[in-house]
Ligand binder design. Structure first.
Ligand code: 6YU
Length: 501
């Protein structure tokens, strides 16, 4: 293997880029360099401080912490998890992606909702979501989007199942369906479930294990991994402007990476791990020659949406001690999310509620609000003071408590982050598994006579069934490193031409 001379550049120092570098370095490649646009590693894994407490501005949980999850295995190896997350019992719990939170529900009329009254709606909504994911395996999708399917069923099923129910309770159940739709927008990172492909939403796979967090911050994982790379591997504040690859049969098959600083780096291979949101916006400038059409179409077809968090701290709790999540029902909503005519006045309606940060000894009395879609993108444009005011009014209205006042607020702004341009990917209407395969296909594309594996692609949006997650991103980085490793082990007589790094 030409591990001594092969030059590999990785664009992006998120978990996928770091994992690719790790595997390459471990396999003996000596010239691996990561170029990162910002001044830090981790990308969408971003721990921060709020009122002296560690909070997660990006990724929150290890989804499915069990043996098959490489993020769980690494976090365990580095001693970053609490004992409970390590137990066999925790690893065996299979919740299919939705943690069973202890809820409290409030309505826009300022009252606490009786959970028994609305439970049948929760059950009906879970059934519908489960049915959505099954179309992929059964085939024959009756509608293009998950939203269309749900709308086609909700009113009909409600009329049948709840025909003898008190109209007030029935209407509350319909507003719960609207709330569940907002929750799903956050989970999937979509503006509306009308954008989420009906068959394609079954592509996503879950792992067993009850989701857990990192008590010392998710970025402990990033720090542990980066520490193990040779010093100087990562160049920070090094945005890449353009990847010049070679689609012809010329003898010189190297790739030139042009940085914003003007520096030009010549390498044998480049692994691109920039987020899909960034690619959607910048692919024209980022590749010369431009990407092949089938890859471009997949970049356009796949979805990349916004899910933001709003952290709010209080002097004392207004929720029950065992409560894990607070849901807010607008009583005038009836089983759908209507496009609001004035986003300025009503963006807050899209916030489905809050999760409670636990344990209290670590976080004090802190909530995390969740908001997805265009309303979330609009929220990013407001000042923190304006967001604080709107959230305060909302909580006062729903709890009926006119004096409850948050101490402070902090929100994420993923849509306006120029290196991310949103939160994570989703299989949009019209997508298929072929689009995810096109995303991960290296350049030059199959069938070309030019030197293969000049440009490789990793990142969460290139994983065929764990897209949108940290473990999907990590595995995609390892996958592309392995692609190069096996290229050289099966091709060891003729290494790549020498180039400077
Ligand atoms: C998870 C979770 N989680 C919440 C929020 C967000 C995300 N995710 P990176 O972006 O990290 O790295 C790329 C780097 O490239 C970056 O550093 C850039 O600066 C750099 N770059 C860009 N352009 C460049 C240039 N030109 N030059 C040089 N550098 C450049 N995942 O497992 N658990 O709880 C959450 C959550 C608010 C924003 C999450 C979660 C997603 C992960 O954070 C994300 O996938 C990975 O960190 C991405 O790593 P990467 O390396 O690919 O990119 C149907 C159905 C679907 C169901 N989906 C359910 C899944 C639920 C997803 N969970 C979300 C929930 C939360 C709360």
């Amino acid at each position: 293997m030409k591990t001594d001379t092969t030059k590999i550049v990785i664009i992006g120092c998120g978990i996928s880029g770091i994992s690719a570098a790790h595997r390459l370095v471990k396999s003996g490649f000596r010239h691996v360099r990561i170029l990162e646009a910002t001044g830090r590693s981790g990308g969408r894994i971003k721990s921060g401080s709020f009122g002296g407490k560690i909070i997660e501005i990006g990724a929150n949980w290890i989804h499915g912490p069990s043996e098959e999850n490489p993020v769980f295995c690494l976090a365990r190896q580095y001693g970053l998890l609490e004992p409970e997350a390590l137990t066999k019992e925790n690893q065996a719990i299979d919740i299919g992606g939705h943690p069973p939170w202890v809820p409290m529900v409030f309505s826009s009329l300022g009252r606490k909702v009786n959970l028994e009254d609305i439970y049948p709606a929760t059950e009906m909504f879970s059934e519908l979501m489960h049915e959505c994911s099954e179309f992929h395996w059964r085939g024959g999708e009756p509608f293009a989007s998950a939203g269309d399917y749900i709308q086609s069923q909700v009113h009909q099923r409600a009329a049948e199942k709840w025909k003898d129910t008190d109209p007030r309770i029935k209407s509350l159940r319909m507003s719960l369906i609207s709330n569940m739709l907002k929750v799903e927008c956050c989970v999937n990172g979509t503006h509306s479930l009308d954008d989420l492909g009906l068959g394609a939403c079954g592509l996503y796979q879950t792992l067993p294990g009850l989701d857990c967090t990192f008590p010392g911050g998710y970025d402990g994982l990033i720090k542990s991994l980066v520490r193990e790379l040779p010093s100087g591997t990562v160049s920070y504040n090094h945005p890449v402007r353009c990847v010049h690859w070679n689609n012809t049969r010329e003898a010189d098959s190297s790739v030139t990476i042009e940085c914003e600083s003007g520096e030009r780096i010549v390498a044998d291979h480049v692994i691109v791990t920039v987020p899909l949101g960034y690619l959607k916006k910048n692919h024209t400038a980022l590749f010369s020659p431009s990407l092949p059409l089938h890859k471009l179409h997949s970049i356009q077809r796949l979805g990349f949406g916004t899910n933001n968090k709003i952290f709010v701290e209080f002097d004392s709790p207004w929720w029950d001690e065992d409560c894990e999540a607070i849901f807010l029902l607008w009583e005038d909503e009836d089983g759908q999310i209507k496009e609001v005519p004035n986003i300025q006045g009503s963006w807050i309606r899209k916030l489905f509620g809050f999760t409670v940060l636990k344990p209290t000894e670590r976080y004090g009395h802190m909530l995390c609000g969740w908001i997805a879609g265009h309303e979330s993108e609009y929220m990013e444009t407001l000042s923190e003071q304006e967001v604080l005011q709107t959230v305060t009014q909302l909580i006062r209205r729903f709890t009926g408590n006119p004096i409850v006042t948050p101490r402070r607020i902090l929100r994420s702004q993923w849509f306006h982050d120029p290196w991310t341009c949103g939160s994570y990917s989703y299989p949009a209407k019209g997508c298929s598994v072929q689009d995810l395969e096109n995303m991960m296909e290296p350049l030059p594309a199959k069938g070309s006579q030019a030197q293969p594996l000049q440009v490789l692609f990793a990142g969460e949006a290139t994983h065929p069934f764990y897209f949108s997650t940290v473990h999907g991103a990590l595995l995609s980085g390892r996958r592309e490193a392995s692609r190069l490793i096996s290229h050289y082990s099966s091709n060891n007589s003729s290494g790549p031409p020498k180039s400077k790094l």
